[in-house]
Design a protein around this ligand. Structure first.
Ligand code: F6R
Length: 602
């Protein structure tokens, strides 16, 4: 949520780096944006409501600058408008600040330290920049003023601060919000909320931990803790293919990422391949799973939906009881924990604040944690005992697609590897069957014309839609409904087929679209009965069946795969029809309203 970037160098590349970098971070928030450019004439601020494209229109391109900071915003405090857009400045204009995060005690700090100061914006951030100036006016150095301010703050932040009277440095700080320093070639240094804005300039990065500040200069980077003590840190290499973060010929990242799913599954198979046609997962991880008497999966949104499928694999294949919890509810509805719990955090970004707060809590109790994430060295990965990577490549569209199938694939491999270690026979060859799944997804992705037709027919004007399924299909329809609602704004809900008659069926009226998923032999007849029940009440059904269970009335037939792995393929038509529904309704597919990719506020 929100993205920040910064550049300091010997040449006047700041503006281009900031604007292009913010575009790469736009998936993190996109309701307003701004940059501050520093040069001998002072600080030049450009900010605008809307997208980076809007900011680009109002930026003065004649201003040359070698130092700058920028932010793309997902509003928390204060409406998304030009005044609340970052950067924010102190009263004298000496300090300019951008922020990603939420300062929880900003009102209290204002009352205690800034009585009489007129605030221009409704943001929590503005208080921080005034506090820095207040301490500076009290006689502290800029660094001390920044540190003193940070020590007063409660909440999350990634800050970048410019002091116009000493703009050979940018002061950066991090707590709970992600931030990465990109090391240049000796003529510049850069930073950003993630690696995407930087990978065309460097592969060498410094990771930051919570409650650290960094003084970024053109030739040096100095990391300190909040007591001002210098910290040593070795750089890490991050290899990202530039093509992975470009749309190429695709109109939207979402479509590209849907199409990438077969390759992601093949990549996962390669990464986790062991000897003799089996899988290889770090022994310590397998032991942690085997030693646990119950697994608690913690996740949000799409990752939670993947967790529901993972539970089936871990329970049915490796015989370990599993509970799946929504991270944001865990602290209120904390279950009575078993004696040897293992927590599995599933998170594409590895930065989700709701999941992080559960991880923090369970680490205080000394419980073990495994994170399954797409982002190497993300916070959830660093703070857990173990990590399994998704190897899905950057997922840029806000709606998660390839991360979902990657999460299910990795969970299946984990469950199968544990089963093998426990001498439980699965009765099928997972490696082979996942290979078949990847081919089948590829073939479904070639059926875009059919998906387009279905979307047009069912979703071009409707206000709502229902998705039904039973058994594994129930969990997949939850994901299908989430996809449709988040990108097309159609009110869509997923239900267990058998549950409809206990209330929801009251909502069915003439022409209500009902998408029914039918991939499991066990539930074939019962889900078809549920379809009949809604059709009798005026619904227009769209049945998606697995080959072998199909009848002529079905709208789409999924080629046959191992029934346990059906969620990996059956979600693909749902992703595609959501995509085309949003396209038909002229929605902003990659950046749906009100959302952001990495949800770093609780
Ligand atoms: C929906 C979507 C979200 C995320 C959720 C968790 O398409 O992307 O529901 O799944 O915000 O994010 P991660 O997986 O990064 O923890």
């Amino acid at each position: 949520m929100c993205g920040i970037v910064g550049y300091i160098g010997k040449t006047n590349n700041a503006r281009d780096f900031l604007l292009n970098g913010l575009e790469k971070l736009e998936y993190r928030g996109y309701d307003s944006a701004g940059i501050a450019l520093s040069n001998k004439d002072g600080i030049h601020i450009f900010k605008e409501k809307g997208r980076i494209a809007d900011l680009k229109k109002i930026t003065n391109y004649s201003i040359e600058s070698a130092v700058g900071i920028g932010q793309t915003r997902w509003a928390t405090h204060g409406a998304p408008n030009k005044i609340n857009a970052h950067p924010h400045q102190s009263i004298s204009g000496q300090f300019t600040l951008v922020h990603n995060g939420v300062i929880e005690n900003y009102e209290l700090l204002y009352k205690e330290h800034l009585e009489g100061v007129t605030l221009k914006s409704d943001t929590d951030t503005e208080v921080v920049v005034h506090l820095i100036e207040k301490f500076k006016n009290d006689g502290y150095t800029t660094e001390k003023s920044f540190l003193k301010t940070l020590n007063l703050l409660k909440g999350s932040y990634a800050f970048a601060l410019i002091d116009s009277k000493d703009s050979d440095k940018i002061y950066v700080a991090k707590n709970k919000s992600p931030l990465l320093i990109g090391l240049g070639d000796g003529t510049f240094n850069i930073f950003g909320s993630d690696a995407l804005p930087m990978i065309h300039l460097t592969k060498s990065f410094l990771q930051l931990f919570d409650e650290e500040i960094v003084i970024v200069e053109k030739e040096h980077v100095t990391i300190k803790n909040l007591n001002g003590e210098a910290m040593q840190r070795n750089p890490i290499e991050i290899e990202l293919d530039i093509e992975d973060i470009e749309k190429g010929t695709y109109p939207h990242y979402m479509l590209k990422e849907i199409d990438e799913q077969p390759f992601v599954i093949r990549k996962i198979l390669k990464e986790y391949k062991g000897n003799e046609n089996g899988f290889s997962i770090d022994k310590e991880i397998i032991n942690s799973v085997i030693e646990s008497d119950r697994i608690y999966i913690i996740a949000c949104g799409t990752s939670y939906n993947a967790g529901l499928i993972g539970k089936q694999y871990l329970e049915n294949w490796s015989s370990i009881p599993v509970e799946v919890h929504i991270a944001s509810e865990f602290s209120y509805n904390t279950p009575v924990l078993s004696t040897k719990p293992l927590f599995i955090f599933i998170s594409q970004s590895g930065e989700t604040a709701d999941s992080r707060s559960v991880l923090k809590y369970i680490k205080q109790q000394n419980y073990k944690a495994l994170t399954i994430t797409n982002v190497q060295s993300s916070t959830l990965s660093r703070e857990a005992d173990h990590t399994l990577l998704l190897h899905a490549g950057p997922e840029i569209a806000v709606a998660s697609t390839k991360a979902y199938t990657a999460q299910i694939t990795v969970l299946s491999i984990l469950a199968a590897t544990v089963a093998k270690k426990k001498n439980i026979t699965l009765g099928f060859n997972l490696m082979h069957d996942l290979g078949v799944v990847s081919n089948v997804i590829e073939s479904i992705c070639e059926e875009k014309e059919i998906m387009k037709k279905i979307s047009k027919e069912y979703f071009s004007t409707t206000r709502n839609a229902f998705f039904i399924g039973r058994h594994l299909d129930y969990y997949v329809v939850l994901e299908g409904a989430l996809k449709l609602k988040e990108i097309s704004y159609i009110q869509a809900e997923g239900f267990a087929g058998g549950e409809l008659k206990h209330g929801t069926i009251a909502l069915i009226e003439n022409n209500t679209p009902v998408i029914a998923l039918n991939t499991q032999e066990k539930t074939n007849l019962s889900i078809r009965s549920n379809v009949t029940e809604v059709v009798t009440r005026g619904a227009i059904p769209c049945i998606i069946s697995m080959e072998g269970l199909d009848t002529p009335e079905d709208r789409f037939i999924i080629p046959k795969v191992n029934k346990h792995l059906a969620p990996l393929v059956s979600v693909v038509p749902l992703q595609l029809i959501s995509y085309y529904a949003a396209l038909e309704r002229e929605c902003d597919i990659d950046k749906p309203r009100n959302l952001a990719k990495s949800v770093t506020v609780e």
